[in-house]
Ligand binder design. Sequence first.
Ligand SMILES: Nc1ncnc2c1ncn2[C@@H]1O[C@H](COP(=O)(O)OP(=O)(O)OP(=O)(O)O)[C@@H](O)[C@H]1O
Length: 356
Amino acid sequence: MISLKQLTKVYGRGPDAVTVLDRLDVEVASGEILAVVGPSGAGKSTLAQCINLLERPTSGQVVVNGEDLSGLPEHRLRVARRRIGTVFQSASLLSRRTAAENVALPLEYLGVTPAEAKARVAELLERVGLSHRAHHYPFELSGGQRQRVGIARALALRPSVLLSDEATSGLDPETTRSVVSLLRQLRDDLDLAVVFITHEMDTVLHVADSAARLDRGRIVEQGRLVDLLTDHDSALGRALQPRLSPADPGAGARAWHVTYDSRAVPADWLQRVSADLGEPAALLAATIQNIGGTSTGNATVGLVAPDAVRVEAAFARHGLRAVLRPTHHATRGTAPETPPAEPTLTTTRKEAALWA
Ligand SMILES: Nc1ncnc2c1ncn2[C@@H]1O[C@H](COP(=O)(O)OP(=O)(O)OP(=O)(O)O)[C@@H](O)[C@H]1O
């Protein structure tokens, strides 16, 4: 488990001071994936660096399995950092090392014997489905395979927390899905607490159990995905919904926006509401997500019934909340696309600092 307590990062001093992270409180349990989303400049990179303590927080705590790492002196921090494995963007492998040699890097820094390292690397590559690519160089691997090597390397020192910093950015949708499914598998097999930082809202639905929205250095919203998706008042929930293009409700009818989840709502809710109101309810658009075994739905329903209170009551009777408002056409995502960063020496140096 990892908890951030009142985590704050201020750059500069005096009149030039800029608060980039402002008293963040976040908790990620073992076996949970929390997605942190936010627009460019919200503080996501800074948060990643404060979590793996490449940057010292100005105040607040980073607590992993009960121990506050933020206050540790440098020599103890080096060891403590091993509890947090970091996966960077796909291209951060050392180009002159094979997949196996890249995965072995943290073990070499740790000084494990070559025989032990060999066995561990083989186990890790098998776990990420890349045993057959052990001796290939990064340029001989696909983007998804390179990212799997990055994940294997992040797991080398048996961390209990995995930090994914834009790990799927720049990957095509199919590769993203396979990396995401590997992360979920690892979450379950190794009981990892995963912090998944991303600007890609699409990916959040597929990877996360919960999500937090960072905006100008503050967590402005967080919760279980299934709750966010069914909360009409949640900007994050709305941004996570797949985009719908509802059909026109037709003359005299109005469009109702309905969200629901299968824990509280019968599968034949549309027929039931229709029967209650004594008029056909037209399904104008709908999408259903399976989030951890719970179906969450987002629908637009056309009704002629003039009495809004009566309509709301009919929906409420079956556990649904309906809101009469212009259909939500907002583009998905609060976080604009940013191009993937090129691999740089800085990234490599930074990574080395994690294991040294
Ligand atoms: N070393 C630094 N000194 C001063 N300000 C900084 C420093 N690093 C980041 N910032 C500022 O902190 C804010 C958040 O930056 P950060 O890179 O963490 O955001 P981000 O959400 O990762 O953005 P992006 O998605 O564009 O990478 C920005 O306004 C940035 O200019």
